[in-house]
Ligand binder design. Structure first.
Ligand code: GLN
Length: 196
């Protein structure tokens, strides 16, 4: 199983380290040849508009989108969550998503006051201790279809918002597990999604 980390922009190196820590020698991918050769993909945090525009200008956009819709296991964190959404609420101009999960994602959803924060999350499928969520200008899931499984939520002002979801072979988190030293979310992706 060759896992690629999309290396156009963002914190792809941290995902490579996280995967290495759980024994996976991932490859950084940024060409069509490299993307054709992988079995699974991680889309890092960063800036989703930039990643989307770079993917288009390098002619990778449709390839990635097709591979995801043909069942390639994919994990997107933060900007990566936005990129695997079927639709983006208020996208920036020229911003598109690859798709993969039937959801509407709201960018920078937590607003200025809590632009960046951390929270301990109950994550379905990962047993105690709770997963530390690091949120950096993070999105949340505004709405999702019936086949989307919500794995974790955050409560803000009495409303609960999904921040980790899965549909079939595609996983997305609004937060950055690659930054915490706790790689159970990466392990979940490898064991529960890639290997099954
Ligand atoms: N706010 C960023 C975006 O819209 C995501 C931030 C992140 O990946 N930490 O792409």
């Amino acid at each position: 199983m060759r896992i690629g980390v999309l290396a156009l922009q963002g914190d792809f190196r941290e995902h490579m380290v996280a995967l290495a820590e759980i024994g996976i020698g991932a490859v950084a991918v940024k060409t069509a040849e490299e993307i054709v050769a992988i079995d699974a993909l991680v889309i890092p945090g960063g800036e989703s508009t930039t990643i989307s525009k770079l993917a288009k200008s390098f002619n990778l956009f449709d390839l990635i989108s097709d591979r995801i819709s043909n069942g390639m296991p994919t994990y997107g964190s933060c900007a990566g969550m936005i990129l695997v959404a079927k639709s983006i609420q208020d996208p920036a101009s020229g911003q598109d998503s690859f798709g993969g999960i039937d959801m509407v994602v709201k960018r920078n959803a937590f607003g200025r006051q809590v632009d960046s924060f951390e929270a301990d999350l109950d994550f379905k499928g990962i047993t105690e201790p709770k997963v530390r969520g690091v949120f950096i200008r993070a999105p949340w899931v505004e709405s999702c279809g019936p086949n989307v499984e919500v794995l974790a939520k955050v409560e803000i002002e009495g409303n609960s918002h999904p921040v980790a979801v899965r549909e079939g072979k595609v996983l997305a988190t609004a937060f950055h597990p690659e930054l915490t030293g706790d790689f159970r979310v990466h392990r979940y992706f490898v064991e529960e999604i890639c290997k099954k």
